[in-house]
Ligand binder design. Structure first.
Ligand code: NDP
Length: 340
């Protein structure tokens, strides 16, 4: 089922205090959007927004944006009617347990932007609290820029624990407040969102990276320059535009915008590819996500392991050996383009 603006009245937010725990990618964008909605809507007592963060660059940004901030987690939690848990997934559970849970109001509604910690049962939430998921289908910067510009925001919503009887209304009001009813709000669950999100990352996108790596190698060996390869394969943004047309004109429908040579090559190539092994590998990945094996492996990186950030840095270092990455560095340096 889908929800639209008319399904999401804001009144349930009247007089409530929303605390944003974390002011990063999603925290900043969602807090700014919600504030704009509050300011342009009628309330008898407008909802209040509080940002909770350590005193660092994120807090400085919150001050610059006119929110101020508090580093007193216990005090922030104590005043929250709605608590957005917008810190990285791998730190949510310990932060909640160590700094937030003790002073949290019994009826506070906890809002997560991904199903991860809820599905795996890592969040130790009291049975009196509500838990809802408002999970953007968009990176944080775009959650803000689309709100003020293109109106292309959508999200998944679910009620994971409803003790007050208000959780569903609060979730939908937040969807509207943050701007997700501009496009569509899709009913989901923490389980579905987690499986979908992690499967996309671990099966689909990891394959895309590997396919590009192999494609680059083959064509480089056949005499193509780094400039030609980088431009054609992603710098031109042609693949990004194709993805946009998949959304606008249909996954296969958009092929009509390509030449017949291209259509024939893409269709015959994908139809003749033996996907038996791919299906097996992808199924194993999906099973590992569903049964929690991946989540436990990921958890161990932080608890007694090398740490998530360190491990990711090491993996990134390995990609520095790829011809594709070396080639791209040369091209970007030459063009004066920054690399994140
Ligand atoms: P960020 O990495 O941008 O979060 C940074 C914020 O988290 C900062 O405020 C930072 O403050 C705080 N933080 C980090 N570690 C800690 C800690 N140990 N204790 C206290 N605060 C901490 O997160 P995202 O916005 O990317 O992700 C937030 C949620 O949104 C996640 O559940 C994610 O899955 C979800 N989401 C993210 C999307 C995205 O595109 N990024 C898309 C859809 C959902 P400090 O400097 O003080 O540590």
């Amino acid at each position: 089922r889908e929800f639209y603006e008319k399904d999401c009245p804001l009144d349930v937010l009247d007089g409530k205090t929303a605390v944003f725990v974390g002011y990063g990618n999603q925290g900043r964008a969602q807090a700014l959007n919600l504030r704009d909605t509050i300011e342009s809507s009628k309330f008898s007592t407008p909802p209040k927004i509080v940002v909770a963060n350590e005193n660092d660059r994120y807090a400085a940004q919150a001050e610059k944006d006119g929110f101020g901030y508090t580093s007193d987690w216990a005090a922030a939690a104590a005043q929250a009617d709605i608590l957005f848990l917008l810190v990285p997934d791998h730190v949510q559970a310990s932060l909640f347990k160590d700094k937030i849970a003790a002073t949290l109001k019994k009826t506070c509604c906890i809002v997560v932007a991904s199903g991860y910690n809820v599905y795996y049962g890592y969040l130790d939430v009291a049975p009196t609290n509500d838990i809802v998921m408002v999970a953007p289908r968009m990176i944080g910067a775009e959650v803000r820029s689309n709100f003020v510009g293109d109106s292309d925001l959508s999200c998944f919503v679910s009620v994971e624990q409803d003790s007050t009887g208000q959780a569903g209304d609060i979730a939908l009001a937040l969807c509207k407040g943050i701007g997700f009813t501009q496009k569509r709000v899709v009913k989901s669950t923490a389980y579905h969102e987690t499986l979908l999100d992690l499967f996309n990352e671990q099966a689909l996108w990891s394959s895309v990276l590997a396919m590009y790596r192999v494609g680059y190698l083959i064509l480089k060996d056949m005499g193509l320059s780094d400039e030609e390869l980088v431009h054609e394969m992603w710098l031109s943004k042609e693949p990004a535009k194709v993805m946009e047309h998949m959304a606008d004109d249909g996954f296969i429908g958009q092929l009509r915008l390509h030449s017949l040579v291209s259509q024939y090559g893409q269709l015959s190539g994908s139809l003749e590819l033996d996907t038996t092994q791919m299906r097996q590998v992808f199924q194993q990945k999906a099973d590992r996500i569903k049964n929690g094996t991946f989540a436990e492996e990921f958890k161990k990186l932080e608890q007694g392991g090398a740490g998530v950030q360190h491990t990711v840095n090491e993996l990134r270092k390995q990609t520095e050996q790829w011809d594709l990455v070396k080639g791209e560095h040369k091209v970007r340096d030459h063009l004066g383009l920054k690399t994140l």
